[in-house]
Design a protein around this ligand. Structure first.
Ligand code: AMP
Length: 415
């Protein structure tokens, strides 16, 4: 027996996932976002240059594919979709701006697996590329909020918001934060390292001593330039006017290097330790990919696996499409199998969901097999039925049986 790879999952019933995908796609289409699909394989350099070499994702978690002998290309399984959506935007020279797109797909990160944290997981990724209007941030966050609360009926969640300022604000703030960290020598080893490589990331530290120290650390929202301050106020104000509830979280920095200005996160207590189910923010990646000019953008990603965990407890209340009624065709002996195949073909052509019991076993055993499939009707075919161009239609709920002409079977089942 070869078991599945650690940190991966098998999905044997797709009902809930299909509900989430349908609701999400309808909602995003309604807001004029177009669905795209991008490859799972990408150049590892794409993520090194964008996500950042000091982030866990690139530093420790990338699945690198061994290149073929003689190839100097390093390929990886994508760990996230924003960088590749930006790559696609530049590669296809998109002209209708902003480019509003979304995609679903598997992402790969070599993380320590636990509930809600997998090495292969599925994200829905949404981007508005090439816009610096803060109201696009309002639109994206508002749209996600209504998707979660109304379309997916998630009630138990919170939205956290922070503003990281423009690159100049980040440079100024980095200096202030570094000074603060240098004066606090009790911080953990990881934070000491981050203090020199990527000081903002210290806020992600879970160490209690560090957390206590950071309560008094300078907050970036208190050190924004005038222009950023106006945008930050407008973002809050417009979200309030749209009726979106949020909490300001000054230590929300998110794990990736490329964010600036708006960052946000949706969390749910139903998820336990991995409480975040959607995260996003504003970013500029084009210049890091060699483009001459900046392409300001905003995006978000939510994890399907975590959405499914949240919805599992309330799925009975959700308007999930029931499975169509099943009709099982049961040839009583192998010599009636061909007639059964013809009947099945006819039912399929008339969109009646059906299955056939083709095993050569006793009628009793065939009947048991048919029952396990949970049909509403069984269609029995034996000698008498073949001779009279009929079938016996058995209602599995009432137990009633009647002879029906083969030409009238569809009508009888639809009726
Ligand atoms: P990120 O790309 O890190 O901003 O994550 C966005 C969302 O993807 C998170 O809020 C989670 O819902 C989901 N996610 C990230 N990493 C994992 C993982 N290892 N397993 C399951 N879901 C994940």
């Amino acid at each position: 027996m070869i078991p599945k790879i650690k940190g991966t999952q098998d999905f044997l019933d797709l009902g809930l996932l299909q509900f989430v995908i349908k609701q999400t796609s309808d909602h995003l289409n309604l807001h004029n976002f177009n669905q795209i699909e991008l490859p799972i394989l990408e150049s590892a350099d794409l993520f090194k240059r964008t996500v950042g070499t000091e982030t866990d994702i690139v530093n420790k978690e990338m699945f690198i594919i061994e290149p073929r002998v003689g190839s100097n290309e390093t390929i990886c399984l994508r760990p996230e979709a924003t960088a590749q959506t930006m790559r696609a935007f530049l590669e296809h020279n998109i002209q209708v701006l902003p480019w509003k797109v979304f995609s679903y797909g598997a992402m790969f990160r070599y993380e320590r697996p636990q509930r809600g944290r997998y090495r292969q997981f599925q994200q829905c990724n949404i981007e508005i590329i090439s816009t610096d209007d803060i109201n696009q941030d309002v639109l994206l966050i508002g749209m996600l909020d209504s998707l979660f609360s109304t379309k997916l009926q998630i009630t138990n969640y919170a939205l956290s918001l922070n503003f990281l300022g423009c690159p100049e604000d980040r440079i100024n703030f980095r200096e202030k934060l570094t000074n603060f960290l240098q004066a606090n020598l009790e911080i953990c080893e990881t934070c000491q390292k981050r203090a020199t490589t990527n000081p903002l990331r210290i806020f992600d530290c879970k160490n209690e001593t560090c957390q206590k120290i950071y309560v008094t650390a300078p907050k970036i929202v208190d050190h924004l330039c005038e222009e950023c301050n106006v945008e930050w106020k407008q973002l809050q104000n417009h979200l309030e006017l749209l009726g979106v509830s949020f909490a300001i979280k000054p230590d929300l920095v998110r794990g990736l290097d490329y964010y600036n200005k708006t960052v946000f996160e949706f969390t749910s207590p139903d998820l336990g330790a991995q409480s975040s189910f959607c995260g996003g923010g504003r970013y500029e990646l084009a210049t890091q990919l060699g483009h001459k000019t900046a392409v300001p953008s905003i995006g978000a990603a939510f994890g399907m696996d975590r959405i499914l965990i949240i919805l599992e407890t309330i799925q009975d209340r959700l308007p999930i499409k029931p499975k169509p009624a099943l009709t099982v065709i049961l040839p009583l002996e192998p010599k009636y199998n061909m007639l059964a195949l013809l009947v099945a073909q006819n039912l399929s052509q008339h969109t009646i969901t059906n299955d056939i019991i083709l095993e050569d076993s006793s009628i009793k055993s065939k009947m048991r097999k048919a029952n396990k499939l949970g049909p509403i009707h069984c269609v029995l075919i034996g000698e008498n039925e073949q001779a009279t161009n009929s079938v016996t239609l058995k209602n599995m709920v009432t137990g009633n049986e009647r002879l029906v002409k083969q030409t009238k079977l569809v009508e009888a089942l639809k009726g």
